[in-house]
Ligand binder design. Structure first.
Ligand SMILES: Cc1cc2nc3c(=O)[nH]c(=O)nc-3n(C[C@H](O)[C@H](O)[C@H](O)COP(=O)(O)OP(=O)(O)OC[C@H]3O[C@@H](n4cnc5c(N)ncnc54)[C@H](O)[C@@H]3O)c2cc1C
Length: 452
């Protein structure tokens, strides 16, 4: 087979080493580029490690290895524990280093702000954002975990409606069930509760849910259940088909409720906060109506809802980078098809979730068929099917990587001197983090023995 060396004497910085970053980096390195993968964390697994709840045991483990196999390449220089915006400044990287290109594959990690003014003063004092909650859930059993800790009392309030909000209510229901069982000196397995559902596991102990005397959590959604973005409805679907797909969403929710026993209320939106002693202890929720697909608040209909905490699960968006112009919640593109953010001697591209501006990508699926529903049910543990979770995203990143390779190859190659200088600077970054160039050895060193 002919060796493709079209990117020889190009050096590219990829920010973020997870599903998208590792795929793009691998493609560029295969074509002869030197690729610095700059990753804020010790391990490069992104949403797979910190965003997909840890009951996806096998999918997460498989995906860790997929990412490892891509980053373990002689032309990829992994730079761990280095955060753009903290340890490296964007302008410096884009204007002074002399890279052939920069690729932002840093995902969508910013929770969309809770839509009631003043809410953020209660962050982690009654208001919990979804990304922090799932991070905690995934990591708190580790012996050396030192992040924030959440006490999940029964009866939590969740505001959301997408797949990730179903993850949240599952976490709350599973955690409160485990605690209630522990009070009865029964030790149960989190993964078993997720797989089998709450009632069947309780039954094994001769119990039913009501006997636990724990208030279930409740999910509030601003539109109708039929509008929940759990599975996609293709724009081309005819009205009959669209209706059938909407009904499928109601079925997904119904199955999830039956299995995890959470409550649900459609057509409610938060319009006020209830606080006590500096903590958020509830919300004022108003009724809504859906007009032209938008939720419209009906004035004068607000009611108080109280609970031990509120989880905001209304979407993840890319973190702001001061130097990159924004258009609403996402970055502004010079050419969005090519993912080109900034043109110039060092062009800046985007790939993965950062490009779609979304924290999960189920809606990228070609859901002309029932695939959207199948993926959603598999993802939520409502079917026996176990689909590889990041495959769609990887395929998409693959395509983006191929396009990037063509765009970069069209640029003049760097001088041998510039390549050598960049290599030295990248090595210096690695050395400052104690990384000696052996990817597999590093991963072995920084993986806690009890990482799930
Ligand atoms: C609820 C939910 C549902 C999902 N559903 C699907 C699905 O249906 N199908 C599917 O394929 N996938 C799904 N996923 C998986 C997820 O969306 C994919 O893993 C996706 O591949 C994200 O990849 P990414 O590389 O774009 O972003 P991320 O995995 O977020 O990776 C970004 C990386 O960049 C790093 N980073 C961030 N900021 C910086 C910085 N400033 N400096 C340096 N490094 C930085 C992060 O540490 C991280 O490693 C789902 C995830 C969730 C949470």
């Amino acid at each position: 087979m002919a060796i493709d060396n079209s990117l020889a004497r190009h050096v590219v910085a990829v920010i973020g080493g997870a599903t998208a970053g590792s795929e793009v980096a691998h493609i560029l390195a295969q074509r002869g580029a030197v690729v610095a993968v700059i990753e804020q964390n010790p391990r490069p697994y992104g949403k797979i490690e910190d965003g997909l709840p840890r009951w996806h045991v096998k999918q997460r483990r498989d995906e860790y290895e997929e990412i490892n196999s891509r980053l373990d390449h002689p032309e990829i220089e992994f730079v761990p524990l280095t955060r753009l915006g903290r340890d490296l400044q964007f302008n410096d990287l884009a204007q002074n280093w002399g890279f052939s290109a920069i690729v932002l594959a840093n995902g969508a990690w910013r929770d969309r702000p809770f839509p009631v003014e003043g809410a953020d003063q209660f962050t982690d004092r009654g208001l919990i954002y979804q990304n922090s909650l799932i991070y905690w859930f995934n990591h708190y059993p580790e012996k050396d975990y030192s992040g924030p800790r959440y006490e999940l009392a029964p009866g939590g309030i969740v505001v959301g409606g997408g797949l990730a909000s179903i993850d949240v209510v599952k976490v709350l229901q599973i955690e409160t069930t485990l605690t209630a069982l522990a009070r009865r000196n029964i030790e149960e397995d989190m993964v078993k509760l997720e797989r089998e559902g709450i009632e069947p596991v309780l039954k094994e102990h001769g119990l039913v849910w009501a006997q636990l005397e724990v208030a279930p959590c409740k999910l509030y959604y601003r539109r109708r259940v039929l509008d929940m973005p759990l599975s996609d409805i293709p724009a081309a679907a005819n009205p009959k088909r669209a209706e059938a797909l909407r009904m499928a969403r109601a079925k997904i929710l119904e199955k999830a409720q039956r299995k995890y026993l959470f409550q649900f209320q459609e057509l409610r939106a938060p319009t006020g906060l209830i606080e006590r002693d500096g903590r958020l202890t509830g919300l004022r929720l108003s009724r809504t109506e859906v007009v032209d697909s938008q939720a419209r608040i009906i004035p004068g209909t607000d009611e108080e809802v109280r609970g031990p905490f509120v989880v905001s699960s209304i979407g993840s968006i890319p973190e702001r980078i001061a130097e990159i112009p924004q258009q609403g919640e996402v970055y502004r593109y010079v050419d969005s098809r090519a993912g080109l953010l900034i043109d110039g001697p060092t062009p800046v591209f985007a790939a993965g979730n950062v490009l779609t501006g979304k924290g999960n990508i189920k809606d990228s699926l070609d859901s002309g068929t029932e695939i959207g529903t199948r993926v959603a049910e598999s993802y939520l543990g409502l079917s026996e099917e176990r689909l590889p979770l990041a495959e769609v995203e990887r395929n998409r990143a693959h395509e983006q990587g191929e396009n990037l390779a063509v765009a970069i190859a069209a640029k003049p190659a760097l001088s041998a001197q510039t390549v050598a200088r960049l290599r030295v600077r990248i090595k210096q970054l690695q050395a400052a983090r104690g990384y000696d160039g052996n990817y597999r050895a590093w991963i072995a060193k920084v993986t806690p023995p009890d990482l799930r």
